[in-house]
Design a protein around this ligand. Structure first.
Ligand SMILES: Nc1nc2c(ncn2[C@@H]2O[C@H](COP(=O)(O)OP(=O)(O)OP(=O)(O)O)[C@@H](O)[C@H]2O)c(=O)[nH]1
Ligand SMILES: [Mg+2]
Ligand SMILES: [Zn+2]
Length: 218
């Protein structure tokens, strides 16, 4: 009897991620895979960032169920597609492939808000330019130590809810050391989606990358 072993689920995923990269390139998109635990502030940071960026921006929302986050985007006339994974705790390349098919958008920044989860979203490439991890003061300062993969893979770290610093026992030095040990290059942006603090610096960093990408296409 021949036993078929389903080889590397990741291989199939990565093949579709490559297709997504082609689509993204041909449409002139900067595609960000935004990863963070439930409630870290992914939706709030994306909304504030889009206010600052101007230009064309769009969002793919990943949730197990509901369209609450995509409604917040639609209310502001931001082009959005909601993915409901129906149970899966991460987005995969195929889900994003189908979402791209349903999103009319060119020459802009596309935010993919992954399912709230600091673990497996880091393992699945979806064809993004890069990953951004959003952590928050409310989650505690030890997250880089306990969930190292996402911090090591991210091109940038956004530390959200800095308005809560006075109310929490959050050791910034400890957090930063943890990030540095895993990822010496990634900038860490301390922001508050609530007050808007720090959003400008983070948005400018993103805008510069987007402009470089646009120049390279010309
Ligand atoms: N104090 C404070 N609260 C914030 C900040 N950013 C977000 N929040 C609040 O934190 C809660 C969660 O924010 P969301 O933006 O929905 O978080 P999320 O990461 O998108 O959550 P999921 O999509 O469920 O994973 C909401 O009540 C926000 O109002 C911030 O900078 N400061
Ligand atoms: Mg959200
Ligand atoms: Zn998962």
């Amino acid at each position: 009897m021949e036993i078929k072993v389903l080889k590397n689920i990741m291989e199939a995923n990565d093949a579709i991620a490559e297709k997504n990269k082609e689509i993204k390139k041909s449409r002139g998109l900067l595609m960000l895979n935004i990863i963070g635990s439930p409630g870290a502030g992914k939706t709030s940071v994306i909304l504030k960032t889009i206010e600052h960026l101007g230009g064309v921006c769009g969002v793919i929302e990943g949730d197990i169920t509901s369209d609450l986050d995509s409604r917040k985007m639609a209310e502001r006339d931001i082009p959005v597609v909601q993915i409901n994974t129906g149970g899966a705790c991460h987005l995969d390349a195929n889900m994003v492939y189908r979402a791209l098919d349903n999103l009319e958008m060119e020459n802009g920044v596309l935010f993919i808000e992954n399912v709230g989860n600091l673990v497996c979203p880091a393992e699945f490439e979806v064809g993004e330019d890069f990953k951004v991890v959003i952590s928050s003061i409310a989650e505690g300062d030890d997250k880089p130590y306990k969930y190292p993969l996402v911090f090591s893979k991210a091109r940038a770290v956004v530390l959200n809810k800095i308005d809560l610093l006075p109310h929490m026992d959050f050791n910034r030095e400890f957090f930063f050391s943890g990030v540095r040990a895993l990822n010496p290059e990634a900038p860490v942006f301390e922001v508050s989606a609530r007050t808007g603090e720090g959003i400008e610096a983070w948005s400018r960093w993103l805008q510069d990358i987007f402009q470089d990408l646009q120049k390279a296409r010309q």
